[in-house]
Design a protein around this ligand. Sequence first.
Ligand SMILES: NC(=O)c1ccc[n+]([C@@H]2O[C@H](COP(=O)([O-])OP(=O)(O)OC[C@H]3O[C@@H](n4cnc5c(N)ncnc54)[C@H](OP(=O)(O)O)[C@@H]3O)[C@@H](O)[C@H]2O)c1
Length: 246
Amino acid sequence: MLNLMNPFSLEGKRALVTGASKGLGYATAQQLKALGAEVIVSARGQADLEIAALELGAKAVAADVSTLEGVQKLKNVVGAVDILVINAGGPKAGGALSVTESDWDAGYQLTFLSAVRLVEAFLPAMREQSWGRIIAITSMTVTRPNPNLVVSNALRAAVTNYLRTLALEVAQENITVNTVAPGFFATERLNSLYNDSQMEAVKNSVPMNRIGDPLEFGAAVAFLASRGASYITGQSLEVNGGFGIR
Ligand SMILES: NC(=O)c1ccc[n+]([C@@H]2O[C@H](COP(=O)([O-])OP(=O)(O)OC[C@H]3O[C@@H](n4cnc5c(N)ncnc54)[C@H](OP(=O)(O)O)[C@@H]3O)[C@@H](O)[C@H]2O)c1
């Protein structure tokens, strides 16, 4: 039953955020925590992850979600969660004629199979309790292909449609499945893709004329994780300052 007094409270909910030692995953963990959830954060690098967990007041479990072993470790150590936020670093940059077969292979493990494996690991407990939220962080490339990010363009679209299919299958079990597609946010990933003058051009391409604050992204994910978002499923929410509407 939806609590009309505070439909966005996450008190009593347990959330796992992967790719959460920095950037959008970290900001998402901050917002889930602010709404009252118990948060578990994961990433590969133990040192950064432990610092992040300490700052957040979260539990840390180091794992590489691009491998089956990494996801199995998460399942074994973390156990059941109510909220699963699927995230990792972006796949290798490159155009359609420049990326290699091994770039595709690595991107498939990192961006696509990680989502499938995380769902297979954490969905059964959600089904048992008849409640769950699955949210994947994708990219603006789902709808607006970036010429230098072909692996992301193709595989984010695949993740989106995989999760839309899953949303249909669990729609009657109080489990919602959505994706959130970031525009441009001030994170290490963005800094690695653009130099200063390119960053100025990026900013000017956004109707709000600014790069997003990761916390503005995390707030959108936290909303979808809440009880208040109980009738939203199978959607791709673009959080991008209006990028692409003009
Ligand atoms: N920032 C943007 O404006 C933007 C725009 C569009 C799309 N995106 C996408 O959104 C996602 C998050 O972006 P971001 O900017 O927050 O990236 P980021 O600053 O590079 O942070 C990535 C996080 O994921 C972790 N990670 C990377 N590979 C992992 C793996 N195999 N297993 C587990 N954790 C892993 C990293 O820690 P470790 O390296 O220690 O594992 C780190 O905590 C990326 O997929 C990115 O492509 C971002």
